[in-house]
Design a protein around this ligand. Structure first.
Ligand SMILES: Cc1cc2nc3c(=O)[nH]c(=O)nc-3n(C[C@H](O)[C@H](O)[C@H](O)COP(=O)(O)O)c2cc1C
Length: 309
């Protein structure tokens, strides 16, 4: 059987295949080396969100499993700060680049100034980064904790501030609301690509104690339960913008990844599935390649947005 070309271009990040990892669900890659050769397998890895300064994150418990179909997390973006992140993982991440796996470093911030400072630090300290992913779901301290990119205007403001600080590709990670309008605003301020979706806010109550099962009343839902919502949002966003998308949400099989591609995603990130089945990435990749072959195309790019409605 003729093999299908799997290479894709996520806004200037040239990936050998469409598979990426969702920030925060894959450590920074090395945790999976005992399961398979990370650098030889993935198209890209997206690292955990890191800010200029260390963040403590939320108190435990931070994770709860929901009847096998989803998990909830309230990690609160715990991270060591960019200088320590680079000291700890920089040489490993450079090794991934050398083996053909792109490295996307995620940027967290509580204010425009913090995003700018984070990009400046990455620019100075992280030559291994192929590009950056701006997480606009971080809480904005000045706005009482609302997401930094909660409205098209707010998202555009973040993008306008960070865009001039780097010439490397900028992907923006969107929260699951208003993705067409916010996507358009980000595109017009120079985003190279968009990734969606982040977790969906939910609640899980322990009915015996009447308290939240996590340390906070609400937390982010992820996993198979959100997949259909994520596919719909990718489709809506793809119709609104011209820049490429990375589809995220409940991807656990080649078929799930194929749905994202048909809905309009150029790349696809695997998230929670890594935590349930640490060997899932090579399996999903093989299933995706087989699907593309069965579709009779020479190049996976022919299938992007090929959904027929
Ligand atoms: C434990 C955990 C930590 C996460 N940390 C981040 C993060 O640091 N930055 C971010 O943008 N998204 C973070 N996410 C959201 C994922 O990247 C992803 O958008 C979401 O989980 C949906 O994909 P999934 O259903 O495949 O997990 C986290 C998710 C989980 C479960």
């Amino acid at each position: 059987m003729v093999s299908v070309s799997m290479a894709v271009d996520l806004g200037g990040i040239k990936m050998r295949n469409p598979l990426n990892t969702a920030s925060g669900t894959y450590g920074n890659g090395w945790q999976f080396e005992g399961f398979y050769d990370v650098g030889a397998t993935l198209g890209a890895i997206t690292c955990k969100g890191v800010a200029a300064e260390p963040w403590d994150g939320n108190p435990a418990p931070r994770l709860a499993e929901l009847r096998g179909s989803a998990i909830m997390n309230s990690v609160g973006l715990q991270n060591p700060g960019i200088p320590a992140f680079v000291d700890l993982y920089g040489s490993y991440l450079q090794g991934l680049r050398d083996r053909g796996c792109q490295v996307i470093c995620q940027v967290a911030g509580h204010s425009i100034d913090e995003y700018v400072r984070a990009i400046e630090l990455y620019e100075e300290l992280a030559p291994f980064a192929s590009g950056f992913e701006i997480n606009i779901s971080c809480p904005n301290i000045a706005a009482g904790g609302a997401a930094m990119g909660a409205t098209p205007a707010a998202a555009a403001e973040v993008m306008a501030a960070v865009r001039p600080r780097t010439s490397r590709p900028l992907v923006v990670k969107m929260a699951p609301h208003d993705v067409a309008e916010i996507g358009r605003a980000l595109e017009s301020e120079g985003a190279d690509a968009l990734s969606l979706i982040n977790t969906i806010p939910g609640m899980a109550i322990d009915v015996r104690t009447r308290k939240s099962r996590l340390s906070r009343p609400t937390a982010g839902v992820s996993g198979p339960a959100i997949h259909a919502i994520a596919v719909r949002m990718v489709w809506e966003c793809a119709k609104a913008v011209k820049i490429p998308l990375c589809g995220i949400g409940g991807v656990a099989s080649g078929e799930d990844a194929a749905e994202m591609i048909l809905a309009g995603a150029t790349a696809v990130s695997v998230g929670t599935a890594n935590m349930c089945e640490p060997t899932c990435v090579p399996r999903i990749l093989a299933e995706l390649e087989q699907w593309a072959q069965e579709q009779g195309v020479n190049d996976i790019n022919e299938l992007i947005g090929a959904f027929e409605c």
